[in-house]
Design a protein around this ligand. Structure first.
Ligand code: RIB
Ligand code: CA
Length: 309
């Protein structure tokens, strides 16, 4: 049984990731914490509660965290629609639970402290909450099994040429976590997620699988249209679900240990994740991060669909 905390900005693909974890017998989902990203904090928090209600998991505490990045103004985009779930948040049940009044960082501290075994943290939004946790409560690091982070793009970005969205929103937080910390970390970047896209057939099989699959499929049309408009693709990517899939089956993604840097400038490459791949003695200082650069797309697609249905 893997104990898990998810930090998230739901978000269409976040919803798939949360559902994957909430319905997985091998995962003990201890908490969901929310951060502003795909949409504002009120809506990411409401959406997280709604997805857990859809999965009949009102037992999982949800707490809201950072409503904006450390030092930068709020930056966002429209991929996930006006409510964060493609304008279709109404397909989710009205949540019965209320957000935990402790807030994201205190909830994470309490869960980590109370657990008699290390806990995995999956971070699938901007890293503001995770950076705050590690900066303010360094003693909890020994209770973290590993961080599994969806973010970054070694070969390039999505929200800009250089930067992936989660890193771009709060580069300072990302640099703290990916460069200045030494908690065991697996990074799941665009380099692997963009290769594991899904399309009509996959989505139709999900929609026919039952009420959870039908609701998840119902929140995708706007996100799909965004992929068609911005990327000219008729498929789309459930980035965040790959991070949870890796927790369910470690090794599903093939990783390479790399030293990273995050561009915290305000220039055109702001938010870029740089990996030192020179090898030998010339590598930059800093700790190694296990970067998932490879996976088998059909295996990933089948794995996620089977778990969700
Ligand atoms: O770049 C993809 C990431 O940004 C995903 O986590 C998606 O939900 C958005 O937050
Ligand atoms: Ca996300």
């Amino acid at each position: 049984m893997t104990r898990l905390i998810i930090d998230t900005d739901p978000g269409v693909d976040d919803a798939f990731a949360i559902a994957l974890a909430a319905r997985e017998p091998g995962i003990d989902l201890l908490a969901v914490t929310t951060v502003a990203g795909n949409i504002g904090l009120d809506l990411t928090t409401r959406n997280a509660l709604g997805v857990l209600a859809l999965c009949d998991r009102p037992d999982v505490p949800v707490a809201a965290g950072a409503h904006r990045p450390f030092s930068r103004p709020v930056r966002g985009d429209t991929a996930h629609g006006v409510d964060g779930l493609g304008g279709a948040a109404a397909v989710l049940p009205e949540p019965s639970a209320q957000p935990d009044p402790r807030g994201a960082v205190q909830l994470m501290v309490d869960v980590l402290t109370a657990s008699d075994e290390p806990v995995t943290i999956v971070a699938i939004g901007p890293l503001t909450n995770v950076a705050l946790l590690l900066a303010a409560y360094p003693s909890v690091r020994q209770k973290i099994e590993r961080l599994v982070i969806m973010g970054g793009g070694i070969a390039g970005g999505n929200i800009t040429t250089a930067a992936e969205f989660n890193i771009w929103v709060d580069p300072e937080a990302a640099r703290r976590v990916l460069v200045e910390e030494d908690v065991p970390t697996t990074l799941v970047p665009l380099d692997v997620t963009m290769r594991c896209s899904v399309g009509d057939d996959w989505l139709n099989r999900l929609a026919r699988s039952g009420p959870v699959g039908s609701a998840l499929a119902a929140i995708t049309p706007h996100y799909r249209a965004w992929y068609a408009e911005f990327f000219g693709r008729d498929d789309f990517v459930m980035h965040d679900a790959l991070a949870v899939a890796e927790v369910i089956q470690p090794g599903l993604l093939r990783t390479t240990p790399l030293r990273l840097e995050v561009d915290c400038s305000d220039g055109p490459s702001s938010g870029a994740t740089l990996a030192d791949r020179r090898g030998g003695v010339h590598q930059d200082p800093g700790r190694l991060v296990d970067v998932a650069l490879d996976a088998d797309p059909d295996t990933i697609r089948s794995f996620i669909l089977e778990r969700l249905t």
